[in-house]
Design a protein around this ligand. Structure first.
Ligand SMILES: [Zn+2]
Length: 291
């Protein structure tokens, strides 16, 4: 019986893979842009020697982020994150082979996101109107996901550490990408992107602790423990979405959402008229945009 199930699963995976493979070609660079607006570019990043699960070409990341964005549109009444897309409407995912191996990255402990941010920027992923969502086939010592948080930690990379294991807790690999209701990775992708856009900002009402909210454990940006289950976007409209606090960044106005409000807000501290290359640890080098 076990063999029959295994065969069935393998057949399903194989047929799905073949269908999807016809759909998506691996891209090693950012493809030609179809929009000049602020947008999120997705990278599937493989440390040296790591196993390539081909999450980019099998359509797995694209489907997962489709689910995540549908959830966001439902929560906002129609606003979604603007992703970098190809001319035929697919997600523009880049594959990046990193020069350093997973163990080297893991050795950076809490600074692994900074090191990955440095490497993707050095590899050319540093467009002045983009932030990057990196699916990293490696481990973090402490967490399954991490983002920048401007203005305290300027940056352009949110990273999902797909293979993190813990000594006293179940590994991140216990989660898989979902096709219908958002699950752990879908929620985490949006959670870390919101951090990288500067949310929750300190100026949100009482209940903000660092980049997280404290008032409802089902809030997408609740930070104390991130259990499975349904998530809500700023449950009481007090901290980061349609909060009505003058002068405080609001996700509803983010330039990275579509439709965008007018005028749209860039992340706090973003340098709009310069080309900035980030090197992790909140550091960046900005030059005038020419041509
Ligand atoms: Zn967080």
């Amino acid at each position: 019986m076990r063999l029959i199930w295994l065969t069935l699963i393998l057949l399903l995976v194989a047929s799905d893979g073949l269908r999807a493979e016809e759909l998506l070609q691996r891209a090693y660079e950012d493809r030609a842009d179809t929009s000049t607006d602020a947008q999120v570019h997705v990278i599937y990043a493989l440390p040296a020697g790591a196993y390539d699960r081909r999450l980019d070409v099998l359509g797995i990341i694209e489907r997962s982020l489709g689910v995540a964005n549908s959830w966001l549109a439902e929560a906002t009444g129609g606003q979604r994150l603007r992703y970098d897309r190809t001319a035929d409407g697919h997600l523009d995912i880049s594959f990046l082979q990193l020069a350093r191996d997973a163990e080297t990255y893991r050795g950076f402990g809490g600074h692994i996101r900074d090191e990955i941010e440095k490497d993707i920027n050095a590899a050319g992923f540093n467009h002045p109107r983009k932030i990057y969502l990196v699916y990293f086939e490696g481990k973090n010592k402490r967490t399954c996901a991490s983002g920048a948080w401007p203005p305290s930690l300027p940056g352009n990379a949110a990273v999902l550490f797909l293979l993190t294991t813990f000594s006293k807790a179940p590994p991140c690999t216990r989660y898989w990408f979902t096709w219908e209701e958002p699950g752990w990775w879908e929620n985490s992708a949006v959670h870390e992107l919101l951090h990288t856009l500067g949310f929750a900002a300190r100026c949100g009402q009482a209940g903000v602790e660092g980049s997280h909210v404290l008032d409802d454990s089902k809030d997408l940006l609740y930070g104390r423990s991130r259990k499975r289950g349904e998530r809500f976007l700023d449950v009481d409209h007090g901290q980061y979405y349609r909060h009505g606090i003058e002068g405080c960044p609001d996700l509803a106005n983010s330039a990275f959402l579509e439709p965008s409000s007018s005028p749209a807000e860039l992340p706090p501290g973003w340098v709009p008229d310069k080309h900035c290359i980030y090197s992790g640890y909140g550091k960046r080098t900005c030059r005038d945009i020419t041509g």
